[in-house]
Design a protein around this ligand. Sequence first.
Ligand code: AGP
Length: 610
Amino acid sequence: MCGIVGYIGDRQASRVLFEGLRRLEYRGYDSAGLCVVSPDDGLERVRTVGNLDVLEQVLDGSSSLGGGLGIGHTRWATHGAPTEVNAHPHLDCRGDIGVVHNGIIENYIQLRSELTGLGHTFKSETDTEILAHLIEEYYEGDLAEALRAGLNRVEGSFAVVAVHRNQPDVLVAARRDSPMALGIGEGEYFVASAVPAFLWRTRRVLFLEDNELLRVDRGGYSLSDLDGNQVVRMAVEVEWDLDAAEKGGYEDFMLKEIYEQPRAVADTLRDKMDPSGEIVLDELNMTPEAAKDLRRIIVVACGTSFHAGLLAKYLFERWAALPVEIEIASEFRYRNLVVSREDLVVAISQSGETADTLAGVREANRRGAHVVAVVNVVGSQMTREAKGVIYTHAGLEIGVAATKTFTAQMAAMYVLAVYLGRLRGVVDDVRYRSILEELKAVTGKMERVLEGEGAVRECAEKYHGADDFLFLGRSVGYPVAMEGALKLKEISYIHAEGYPAGEMKHGPIALLDGGVPVVAIAVRDSVYEKMLSNIAEVRARSAPVLAVATEGDEEIADLCDDVIRVPATRDMLYPMLTVIPLQLLAYHIAKLRGCNVDQPRNLAKTVTVE
Ligand code: AGP
């Protein structure tokens, strides 16, 4: 996620902005920039690619950049490569208006063509630049009103701050689905996407709500909604220490990221659909004819990304009727796979830098397959080497254990599978619409699962002393069982196995006794009855069973020791819901055992060696 800061006061804005950006540094970035409203020279802007040290060097060498009003930004690319020209702030045609923005403007293609028709010229590939031109279009001497008019044309999410050279005492900001706060100091004001940016100067904070617009000048501030109605809200005194503030009030980044999942999925889905809800996957870089003629899909990935790939296998087979091979990337490179032009290789990687997956991409490229990378980090190595790139929009993930990037990867796989299925005539229009409808509804259901965190914590308290766990699932519940076991191993150091439930009788059942809790994914899907039989087999060996089940299923409560509920959904979509309690279970067990959940021992976020 990007970081935003704005300042108005008596101190040198460029220095204050830079300090604020430094304090948002934990969010990660690939470029940064700021602009100040100089009393003599209008807007002065500096943008650099790379970390903040590069920006600092430029600032140190600059003799100008005076003035007490400005805006700054650290970018984590979503639209457009991480280059200087795409870095914020963005300006309008005349260079009078400066804008920084977080979020995604969904109708930017339509707005861009409309503004181009009105004579505006664009310099970057970003959706943000639209905002500077919209303000320019509506500006009649009042920056706040121009921003309001512009935002009323925008679909999507935004946290935006703007300045105008002709209003050297005014800062305006607004938000929808992206955080924004005002810091109220002594004779100075700060706006930022997160309070750590100004906590070193003030603890008095006014949090903006969705669809609110803030106007700040040296004498004070006013808040209104996007229709122009005044809004009255009291500022609050924030008591968080800096560490807690960086985590948005959560105890750990992992927990924060678990809670960010509905948004990560919504952003990922939104990016792949046009306003009418049709899937648009230009990023595949493959003609519809070629996609139709595919012979096979090979999925390559490691760790959690491999589990997203395991789910994809079920989806591609079911919806696209294509044979699928799923490969652990570190093994893929040593197999003598016969790959041809009619094969699609899907490489899944949060980082886009994992050495084994990258080697798989290179090998598949060499053998002539069409390679598509499913990646969260824009501009990473894999995106440069694959023929097509499907981005997940989970935002920066700091916790070493992947959580929100996993659900975002699964979301991308659903979209790809249903897209291919429709092209190939396997999924008809009615089924296509109903899958997409349910996919959109799933983010709301994820919120509901998160509301059940208390029940998961109680289970964690009950079972955190166990030395071994078994996770069982069938069909699409199997990848979830694998992921649940991996999460527990990674952060709590408890031995855990993820197994296809039907395979349990062929070996792992020997491990069971009263001290080995079994987590069963037993939702009301087509394999439900079979899961009940497996649960009975487990209970017959005295092992306690914790089931992840569907809301309203009373039958299962009598068969298990503990039940965690998720809302009902389509069979194939359950993994988006059932994985969340397993992430929370691993989290709470690890915390109860005193483990560092964000930085587990021996693990690196990205494994760049073979
Ligand atoms: C997940 O919790 C892990 N830390 C790890 O398995 C990870 O998924 C794996 O290393 C792959 O990383 P990538 O998605 O960046 O390629």
